[in-house]
Design a binder for this molecule. Structure first.
Ligand SMILES: NC(=O)CCC(=O)C(=O)O
Length: 285
């Protein structure tokens, strides 16, 4: 934590179409624009290169070294930023029996890949009369936590539904991460109910920054994203957000604010691990 320094974060709330080439081109332009406006770390949304739907995942899936990964590498290099590359459907191998994952790749300003996060918790929900979605129809879950190291400090990564599981953020904070960043795509049912609330909860619980980056809303698509990409500070205050249209959300991440929050409301040091166990030790409670 002591090595961390302030930086400018940008969330690209991208319009995602059914055309991969257009999505990659648009992502490139928007990341370059964010960099020109001073961003050091730029985030793309969940499924930034493909429509969000189980039937689309196998068709759009690519290996970790495929077209979209190569595009992200060159975008990060050309923009000279750390790029949290949203997610894309990943094909694990060339076999007919290949598994597919919902995968976030993270790139440094030289275009080197510095992290891979496969969505751990698949979005399988059924809210009667509202929304049924079963990512597990075509995807497999990731098996590991992801914490990337940058000159600004360590950052934890989750993808969308992962935010509902507080353990990820708590473990990240306990391991010294200054922020949790979630490429995500909530919907018109759970978005208004929980999108901001979950981000604020994760931030307050752990006294870290939390950001979530959505695709722009497209009311003509089968899955309509909520939008509202947002950054929350360690006291749980929304410091930057937007509505549902394509946009870039900017925020300065002031690492001192973490220590300030922890000094004022010292829950971090008041934890009673003598009464309950430390989830950061990976102990089953
Ligand atoms: N793409 C997702 O994981 C959606 C998660 C979501 O909408 C939720 O309510 O959770």
């Amino acid at each position: 934590m002591s090595k961390a320094k302030s930086f400018n974060l940008a969330l690209v709330q991208l319009s995602v179409t059914a055309n991969k080439e257009i999505n990659l081109h648009n992502a490139r332009n928007k990341v370059l624009q964010a960099a020109q406006n001073g961003a050091n770390v730029v985030v793309l949304p969940e499924c930034f290169n493909s429509p969000y739907g189980t039937q689309h995942f196998p068709q759009f899936a690519e290996p970790l070294h495929g077209q979209s990964a190569q595009a992200l590498s060159s975008i990060a290099r050309d923009a000279n930023v750390y790029l949290i590359g949203g997610s894309f459907p990943e094909r694990a191998d060339d076999s007919a029996a290949s598994k597919f994952y919902n995968t976030c790749t993270i790139w440094d300003p030289k275009g080197e890949r510095i992290g891979v996060h496969r969505k751990i918790h698949l979005f399988d929900i059924d809210v009667p009369g509202k929304i049924r979605f079963q990512e597990s129809e075509t995807l497999s879950p990731g098996q590991s936590l992801t914490h990337i190291t940058t000159p600004y400090g360590k950052i934890g990564i989750g993808i969308c539904y992962d935010i509902r599981f507080p353990e990820l953020a708590m473990i990240a904070a306990r391991k010294g991460c200054i922020a949790m960043i979630y490429p995500g795509a909530f919907n018109m049912t759970t978005g208004p109910l929980h999108w901001e609330l979950l981000q604020r909860a994760r931030a307050i619980d752990n006294q870290i920054y939390v950001a979530a980056c959505s695709p722009a809303r497209d009311t003509g698509s089968e899955y309509v994203a909520w939008g509202h990409s947002t950054v929350v500070d360690p006291l749980g205050k929304v410091i930057a957000t937007t509505e549902d249209a394509e946009d870039i959300v900017y925020a300065t991440i002031e690492v001192d604010k973490i220590e300030e929050a922890r000094r004022s409301i010292p829950v971090t040091s008041q934890r009673r691990f003598d009464v309950y166990r430390d989830v950061a030790q990976g102990v089953e409670v």
